[in-house]
Design a protein around this ligand. Sequence first.
Ligand SMILES: Cc1ncc(C[n+]2csc(CCOP(=O)(O)OP(=O)(O)O)c2C)c(N)n1
Ligand code: SF4
Length: 273
Amino acid sequence: MAFDYYQYLRTENLPHIWCPGCGHGIVLKALLRAIDRLKLSKDELCLVSGIGCASRLPGYVDVNTLHTTHGRAIPFATGLKLVKPDLKVIITSGDGDAVAIGGNHFIHGCRRNLDITLIIFNNLIYGMTGGQQSPTTPMNRMSTTTPLGNPNDPFDFAELAKAAGATFVARSTTYHVRLLDRVIQQAIEHKGFSVVEVLEDCPTQYGRRNNLRTPAQMIARYKDLTVSVEAADKLPIEDIRGKLLVGVLHHVERSEFAERYDKIIEEARGASS
Ligand SMILES: Cc1ncc(C[n+]2csc(CCOP(=O)(O)OP(=O)(O)O)c2C)c(N)n1
Ligand code: SF4
């Protein structure tokens, strides 16, 4: 039987604002399937977002939701998780939201290792505000602020997340939908700060300026641009040069922030009694 997405949607908020062919819908559906597989009740979940097209996602899902300010989803989610540690907190964020204006919070979120999942919708551009270059726009690509080609080196925020201390880091794309389902589920199950980068598509602001004429063409290019971590292990270096790895890139266990914090409080109470 086909998966019933409507059981998780606030149908009163539909139709959604996303353009036809936008990758955000593919990630939304993968997230709903992961939530369903994990049998999470709606009450034990909270979706948090900042501002941007990707950040509209929680508004469409029938669970607890917080739509906050641009770049500040992580600090809002941090406060929420510390007050309600039993909630599963999942952040949905654009690349601009997460690593441009929110870059500092991103680094410190990774460092702290609070049990939160951050899903980054990396469409390589600022979608909502008209297609400005973001920190992930590839070099030489066009945007409204780089009309002759982007001279900047892009960020690899999976590497940044790892270096900053995130304990689970994965990458998938809108082409690799089964992998996307799997890594979102693993990230939610992981106890600690987990980051899932999803390479996806903004046909309106990125595709049409960069000779990617259809959403299907945009999705298909991820097949050639990527190689799985498992395959990369067995391939000669020249076959993986210039390609992006997809799959689980980093997975370690480290003490979780809320548990550490509770321990400090307990010890202080013990010392004062
Ligand atoms: C403090 C602040 N600065 C700037 C903005 C304007 N703004 C709203 S959305 C956005 C960009 C969103 O891009 P991204 O996070 O990549 O998400 P997308 O729209 O591509 O999904 C910006 C700059 C704002 N709302 N608040
Ligand atoms: S502008 Fe881009 S990111 Fe925003 S909804 Fe349209 S296609 Fe999606």
